[in-house]
Design a protein around this ligand. Sequence first.
Ligand code: IMP
Length: 425
Amino acid sequence: MSNIILVGAQWGDEGKGKIIDILAKKSDYIIRYQGGNNAGHTIKIGKKQFILHLIPSGILHPHTRCVIGNGVVVDPEALFKEIAFLQQEGISVRKRLCISDRAHLIFPFHPLIDTLREEDRQKRAKIGTTKRGIGPCYGDKMMRLGIRMCDVIDEAYFRERLANILLEKNRIFKNIYKSPSCSYQKLLITYRNYAKRLKPYITDTTLLLNDAIGKKKRLLFEGAQGTLLDIDHGTYPFVTSSNATAGGAMTGTGIGPTHIDHVIGVVKAYTTRVGEGPLPTAFSSTMMEKIREKGGEYGATTGRPRRCGWFDAVVVRHAALVNGLTSLAVTKLDVLDELSTIKVCVGYRIKGKIIRNFPANTRLLSNAKPVYEEHPGWMKPTGQSKHFKQLPKKARAYLKRISQLIRVPISIVSIGAERSRTIVL
Ligand code: IMP
């Protein structure tokens, strides 16, 4: 038995898509458990690049079955677009993708409210969301207003639920944002049509996955975003609205924690962040530009430039704790190949005191001064290395130091976007 949860151990964009693609070879089921089409998982196969937002990245391996779990919020329009794109690429989806009957749906008023709220927020309070309606949809889920897959395919009940949610939304549009209301009739027709198209994919995935476990199938849980964007463990309020951490894989699928064997945390050899919120180890502007260009650090979903900084061991140690990481996959080591000195943050100076644990208070974190240790750069290309031993000695020392600081072994090192540029330890 080998069931694996893979999570981002920083602020997302750690290169999870590529690692999932590597692990999918030995998995039977790949499952998304949280988030929605705010995610952007990039996989490069030969010269072709795939960016998936909603469908698990494992879909690129024909032997796998892919599941969108109950913890995911699904924008049907985005889903159909992705299915069409994959089919165009010759990848079969219909018999391989299942969607939980308990997953919530995104409606057009969700991205609308997401956008209006962001515009309304004072500058310092902006979250920098992807404007895909993720937060408002999870909000409705928690307020018990949401509409799930099992509801949308039950037409009489759907009518009731839609009328119920629109009552509140249209009051908000009218009285708060002074914007036009949403038409019940229009949404009813659109989503009735969506329901027909969604129906063949909808099933009780909790049963499906527990049954698969019973048959000793190998499950791979594909986390989206990252630990520091987790609604509970991240840099609140500058977070996404779901549990991107390992616990989310349980609540977001209906699988018990006793079935999990490994939790892999994916980290970049440095740090990036897109959207608002503190990034203690941010580079100076020249270095920021250099690494952004070398690492192609632009959002896979929104195209926004990512902020970049040094590896922050305080952040990743926090991720190791809250996820119970059993190993690390370190990506984009090659981006650091040309640097003569590489820094690693080992603590923060806050109000004159050095702290080594990740603080809950985001305001304090915004004023934290990183405490760095410096490592000599290897200044040699790493991209062709096939084994850990082939990496330059100083690159190996850097990786070993990271592992020591996080107190978690490294299982995978990625040195380029292609599948072949991967070292499995
Ligand atoms: P939301 O998830 O669209 O509500 O955005 C909330 C925050 O999470 C923003 O800072 C986004 O930039 C960030 N975010 C959401 N999804 C991703 C992702 O897949 N990678 C990196 N950041 C993300």
